[in-house]
Design a protein around this ligand. Sequence first.
Ligand code: COA
Length: 153
Amino acid sequence: MEIIEKATIKDATQIHRMVNKFADQGKMLARPLSEIYENIRDFYVIREQGRVIACAALHVIWEDLAEIKSVAVTGDYQKKGWGEKLVRVCLEEAAHLNIPKVFCLTYTPEFFSKCGFKIIDRENLPQKIWGECFKCPKFPDCDETALIYSFKN
Ligand SMILES: CC(C)(COP(=O)(O)OP(=O)(O)OC[C@H]1O[C@@H](n2cnc3c(N)ncnc32)[C@H](O)[C@@H]1OP(=O)(O)O)[C@@H](O)C(=O)NCCC(=O)NCCS
């Protein structure tokens, strides 16, 4: 049975392969392996017989904002609720950290809407997040949709 666990350093190459395979299909942004190693503590994975079949990451931006990144579920395991469960685990961690808002930038806004996120204007996100965007091959022509999840007090 698949369970959601924190990633270990041994998962990094498999996460990298999975994310970049979807990136090649234009479904998400590519991530260099170095970025996955540096941020491995952000990642959750689901493993099936030792193989990573899904991942998601929660990255803290500031005292009131975090980002969900690199949500991916391999083909055979899609549409079984695992993507939403991974997002829930990331949101639970944000709540545990007392971070009131979590955003994402995605080509799949419908999925995040199902997870309770609301579409926002990218321009409303703080300047701070664009620091990372410098590294993106698409910068400054971002074509992702921004969504935000706000915890109710
Ligand atoms: C998008 C992705 C993460 C969804 O994971 P998943 O495990 O298949 O999704 P779930 O089964 O948890 O779906 C949750 C809900 O979102 C909907 N959903 C899932 N993928 C969707 C998509 N591509 N478009 C529209 N709705 C979608 C499901 O139908 C479901 O809705 P329901 O509860 O009304 O049935 C997965 O398809 C994937 O890895 N795609 C390639 C990479 C990608 O696009 N990542 C996006 C984040 S950057």
